[in-house]
Write a protein that binds this ligand. Structure first.
Ligand code: NAD
Ligand code: WQD
Length: 376
């Protein structure tokens, strides 16, 4: 039970391909039902879909009642810092003013959807005895891990310390899931019932990117892109004149900040293995980093994307973006060993797949996919 958004749609596809039945719930705030058409074109199967707002518990109850076989939830629905919806937010994202970040501007909305929505979801799951939850957390919960010695690459035991409202909604939800699962286990034990069925995974994604290799499925946010690679895509298609590089005065190998870019297809597979771990090993609540372990600078990403586009892309260095940190590179050892999962696709492959998606679908899901890609 998941979303129609970027990562949710790729995870739906991975689940269907692995033989799961999938029920998708989303209010389509930042996504489109067309994602379901693309999933069907790729794998021949279509998930069930309910247009429901996560904060409406009675509506969620109806979905669980309609699908009594559901035993697990993968929870993607959230407002996120990486798309800026609505014209008023354009003000904060013009070419010369690095974005303050939407979550700092409308914190109550972020808490209402991300935290309030999760509470509705867990409450509804409890009523319908749905006992496994996989949650989309973020590397953002770590904040600036360089404030500690020897915490880059970042292991899960690194103390969390989000530096923005969005990150605080994620760390709050992680705590809520931990408290909820712990309580349900204790309640079941006291009642002499099996308790191991209650499990949760907090998946801390690093920087998801890329698109489906077919070129017919990718990220299609409703607002203005905020993340580096979608913005590079816009520069390459001519929709933006240049990329603004937010700071070249970081203490890194070339002065720009370092991130761990992970291909969305690898990330989607990470959800399957986490879900299987909950079902088979019943670990209680666990956090897993989903990253490659390889950090790339902004300049390295510009170079890699320019290489697949076949020409140099224009950029201009401007001051640092407020709230950015030097280095978010994962130590993925826990996921490597406990989930037997590691990334298989490089950031160069993510650049290649992203370019195939954006160059062939300039209007995203608001256009039919090109016939030559459908034949391939
Ligand atoms: P996305 O915006 O494409 O997907 C989120 C989905 O949630 C959208 O389809 C949106 O319509 C839906 N949604 C929002 N509010 C809702 C509500 N009230 N009720 C029902 N549905 C609602 O974003 P994504 O990149 O696919 O991110 C998925 C999850 O992963 C989010 O929780 C996000 O915070 C988290 N995450 C994303 C990234 C990233 O860089 N993309 C990194 C770390 C964590
Ligand atoms: C990557 C690097 C920028 C745009 C954000 C959210 C995080 C998670 C993922 C979840 C940084 C630099 C970017 C530009 C630039 N979201 N950059 N010029 O900031 O690591 O993480 O997305 O939903 O919570 O904070 O990702 O892609 O925005 O930036 O120089 O126009 O690229 O400064 O170093 P970030 P990003």
């Amino acid at each position: 039970m998941i979303g129609t958004g970027y990562i949710g749609s790729f995870t739906s596809l991975a689940l269907l391909e692995a033989g799961y039945d999938v029920v998708v719930v989303d209010n389509l705030y930042n996504s489109s039902e067309v994602a379901l058409d693309r999933i069907e074109l790729i794998c021949g199967k279509r998930p069930a879909f309910h247009k429901v707002d996560l904060t409406q518990e009675a509506e969620l109850d109806k979905v669980f009642a309609a699908h009594p076989a559901i035993d697990s939830v993968i929870h993607f629905a959230a407002l996120k810092a990486s798309s800026i919806a609505g014209p008023s937010w354009l003000l904060f994202h013009n070419l010369h003013a690095p974005a303050v970040g939407e979550s700092a501007e409308i914190p109550l909305e972020y808490y209402r959807v991300n935290v309030g929505g999760t509470i509705s979801l867990l409450s509804s799951m409890k009523k319908h005895n749905v006992t496994n939850i996989v949650f989309s957390s973020s590397a953002t919960v770590y904040g600036d891990a360089t404030r500690f010695e020897n915490m880059i690459p970042i292991p899960e035991h690194c103390p969390i310390g989000p530096t923005n409202t969005y990150g605080r909604t994620k760390s709050t939800v992680e705590s809520i899931i931990e408290d909820f699962i712990t309580a349900e286990r204790q309640n079941a034990q006291k009642a002499g019932k099996p308790f191991e069925q209650w499990n949760g995974a907090n998946l801390r994604y690093f920087n998801p990117c890329g698109a489906h290799p077919s070129g017919i499925m990718g990220e299609d946010p409703q607002g203005v892109p905020y993340n580096l690679l979608p913005l590079l895509g816009k520069v390459a298609t001519g929709d933006r004149p240049k990329l603004l590089v937010f700071g070249d005065d970081y203490p890194s190998r070339d002065g720009t900040a370092i991130r761990d870019y992970i291909h969305v297809v690898d990330l989607a597979r990470g959800h399957l293995v986490a879900l299987n771990n909950l079902r088979e090993h019943k670990p209680g609540v666990k956090a897993w980093n989903l990253g490659s372990g390889r950090g790339s600078t902004v300049f390295e990403m510009i170079k890699a994307f320019s290489a697949v586009v076949g020409r140099d892309l224009p950029y201009e260095v401007v001051p640092r973006r407020q709230g950015d940190v030097l280095d978010l590179t994962a130590n993925p050892t826990r996921a490597n060993t406990e989930l037997n999962w590691k990334t298989e696709l490089t950031m160069e492959k993510a650049c290649e797949d992203l370019w195939r998606w954006v160059s062939n679908n300039p209007k995203g899901y608001r256009q039919e996919p090109p016939a030559e890609l459908l034949k391939a």
